[in-house]
Design a protein around this ligand. Structure first.
Ligand code: SAM
Ligand code: SF4
Length: 335
């Protein structure tokens, strides 16, 4: 039997998030600067390399695979990759194949994703106001995303909406967003803005709306009950008793979630990051490319990287200063 991946803090690594491109058709203000420079294509893992890499991780005990980016659905030929991964669902080695998307391409791809075995999708949406949506995403249009959500639900995909909490931007829409998700039977998770990458002139502290405050606002209208449920990630869940809705709160900054971390991330260039909030990384592209017919160097490199997984992150806004700031963008590591 191949030994599973266990890190130095006895956490089993069963969840892999893979960024398949750094490119995107949006330019969200908290994620990218308007004039992003993207990587040359040859730096990116090919779809075949992505397949081999993910399949190796699955052979080492990864049971959940989340595809992200950049915008994963703008990667040319990406459905070939989803179709290929579905073979691991077929054998039962992989329990879940899923993705995080801005929704812009879902009208085209939702049915194909469902056919490949995807059952759930996370769609990022911060506002229901057309103008605000255009302001936040710079290049996106709200209708495109709503059409994408419609298509996903029509294809039978379970939808979870991810909303970045943005002070002065979507705080007044808290109840509209909550009600809208309830009316469409969609789960909803709020995310605190994290200090990832240079985003041009935007100020992180201006954008930061603590989920502690957000929760306080929910309590003015609903009975909010903490749920014991954990996903091995940064989300904590509450139930709004009046609607029965489950709401996720991702609070990397005001709350530490590292003790139960079960995941690692791979960038589109094949670097492995064992913690979203630390610079530590290792190169998996060289063992992949240099040894096309021998998986041992790749497996060894993966094991060595897992052996360096740190205990936790160092993000901290508490001193009114953006401490623990990461130089890489979220679109590089994948959200
Ligand atoms: N393009 C896809 C999307 O937007 O869903 C997938 C990649 S995106 C980087 C993944 C998630 O990260 C999105 O929900 C996005 O809102 C979130 N995100 C991006 N930059 C962030 C930041 N600085 N802080 C918190 N969340 C961020
Ligand atoms: Fe693109 Fe997603 Fe980043 Fe927005 S959050 S710019 S949609 S990668």
């Amino acid at each position: 039997m191949t030994a599973p991946l266990i890190d130095p803090f006895a956490r089993a690594i069963t969840y892999l998030r893979v960024s398949v491109t750094d490119r995107c058709d949006f330019r969200c203000v908290y994620c990218m600067s308007e004039n992003m420079t993207f990587l040359p294509k040859k730096e990116l893992l090919t779809l075949e390399e992505l397949d081999r890499l993910c399949s190796t991780f699955i052979g080492l005990g990864v049971e959940k695979l989340r595809i992200t980016g950049g915008e994963p659905l703008v990667r040319r030929g990406i459905m070939t990759f989803f179709d290929a991964m579905s073979r691991h669902l077929g054998t039962g080695a992989l329990k879940e194949l899923t993705l995080t998307t801005n929704g812009s391409q879902l009208s085209r791809f939702a049915q194909d994703l469902a056919n490949a075995g995807v059952r759930r999708v996370n769609i990022s949406l911060d506002t229901l106001d057309e103008q605000k949506f255009a302001d936040i995403t710079r290049w996106g249009r709200l209708k495109q995303v709503i059409d994408g959500i419609d298509a996903a639900q029509k294809a039978g995909l379970r939808v979870k909406i991810n909303t970045v909490a943005l002070k002065g931007i979507n705080d007044a829409e808290l109840f509209d967003l909550t009600d809208w998700c309830a009316s469409r039977d969609m789960d909803l998770t709020f995310i605190e803005v994290m200090p990832m990458g240079d985003i041009g002139n935007e100020d992180r502290l201006d954008q930061y709306w603590s989920l502690k405050d957000l929760r306080g606002q929910l309590e003015t209208r609903y009975t909010v009950t903490d749920l014991a449920e954990r996903s091995g990630g940064p989300a904590r869940y509450v139930r709004l008793e009046e609607t029965g809705q489950k709401v996720g709160l991702i609070t990397p900054l005001s709350h530490n979630f590292c003790e139960s971390c079960n995941r690692v991330r791979i960038t589109c260039t094949g670097e492995i990051f064992t913690c979203l909030g630390q610079e530590g990384k290792a190169d998996l592209r060289s063992p992949l490319r240099d040894h096309p017919a021998d998986d041992a160097p790749l497996t060894n490199a993966i094991r060595a990287a897992i052996g360096t997984k740190p205990k936790g992150h160092d993000f901290d806004y508490s001193r009114q200063d953006v401490a623990g700031q990461m130089s890489r963008h979220m679109s590089h590591t994948g959200g």
